[in-house]
Design a protein around this ligand. Structure first.
Ligand SMILES: NC(=O)c1ccc[n+]([C@@H]2O[C@H](COP(=O)([O-])OP(=O)(O)OC[C@H]3O[C@@H](n4cnc5c(N)ncnc54)[C@H](OP(=O)(O)O)[C@@H]3O)[C@@H](O)[C@H]2O)c1
Length: 272
């Protein structure tokens, strides 16, 4: 589908030591791209991710950085450019999903979530901008359905993702003049290593699945394939948008389930 588009192109994916980030790395490599695999604590995960990229013929380099610290974020950008020489896409995927009550979680909780989920994408985007201008590359932020809808105990997470959605728009508008496109992807429920114990419980699966109209959870490939599309020239007229990929979950919002109405016995006749 993408012909030779991704050949010799270089992408940096943050948080690629497992879950959705690892899926994105593999999907881009499958199309012929080279990837930078960033991780924070899971070196084994990053290695596995690298091996899965190499298994499809891609080149991968691993980078470690705790994205809470400004200098680490900047070093990550410098190291990637020094190794690859250019960048065609930055995928800001790293994120922490921490449930906490506002009453009990202090400002350190808030700051950590903001630093990783919102501040680091801002700093990293700025750091690679000179190179994105040269490649007319893309930035993709991984937000969440929490960018728009949320529940109790997700205050910092939802605020960070709403902020990222908003950043997507400003950044797209400001960087359109450079030919740099900026979009987001907002995944629904995608079981990953981090959540597998929870979703392996039949009761938990049933609780969530009844809210997913397409009646299955997301796979990392569902998100990764969309990211590949957003990186490619097949999406060359889109920028400043966030795309929900959630099996239909948020389309229902809070409406109760309805039973299917019986059809009227006879169609109502209209006089022309
Ligand atoms: N899975 C879902 O249902 C879902 C739904 C909506 C949105 N998302 C978003 O998708 C993204 C990936 O999440 P995931 O579900 O695939 O979970 P995940 O496997 O836990 O991925 C999170 C990534 O973020 C990295 N990270 C955590 N703290 C960090 C820090 N201080 N500095 C740098 N990197 C850090 C982790 O690195 P290490 O593991 O190496 O520490 C990991 O690679 C997140 O932004 C999340 O909000 C996920």
């Amino acid at each position: 589908m993408f012909a030779e588009f991704f050949k010799n192109k270089n992408y940096l994916i943050t948080g690629a030591s497992g879950g959705i980030g690892a899926g994105i790395a593999r999907a881009l490599a499958t199309e012929g791209a080279n990837v930078g695999i960033h991780y924070n604590s899971r070196y084994e995960g990053a290695l596995k991710s690298k091996q899965s990229v190499e298994a499809v013929g891609g080149k991968a380099i691993i980078y470690q950085a705790d994205l809470r610290a400004t200098k680490n974020v900047k070093t990550l950008a410098t190291e990637f450019i020094s190794d690859f020489g250019s960048i065609d896409g930055l995928i800001n995927n790293a994120g922490i999903i921490l449930k906490a009550s506002i009453e009990n979680a202090d400002e350190d909780y808030w700051d950590d979530v903001m630093r990783i989920n919102l501040r680091a994408p801002y700093i990293l985007s700025r750091a690679v901008l000179p190179y994105l201008k040269q490649s007319q590359g893309v930035v993709i932020h991984n937000t969440s359905i929490h960018e728009e809808y949320t529940t109790e105990y997700f205050s910092a997470y939802a605020a960070s993702k709403a902020g990222l959605k908003s950043l997507t728009k400003s950044q797209a508008l400001e960087w359109a003049k450079y030919g740099v496109r900026v979009n987001s992807i907002a995944p629904g429920v995608v079981p990953v290593e981090r959540t597998q114990d929870y979703f392996n419980q039949p009761d938990n699966r049933a609780l969530w699945l009844k809210n997913v109209p397409l009646n299955r959870f997301g796979k990392v490939e569902d998100i990764a394939n969309f990211v590949v599309f957003l990186c490619s020239d097949k999406s060359s007229w889109t920028t400043g948008q966030s795309y929900t990929v959630d099996g239909g979950m948020v389309a229902r919002s809070n409406f109760p389930f309805r039973s299917e109405p019986a059809l009227p016995a006879k169609p109502v006749k209209i006089e022309n």
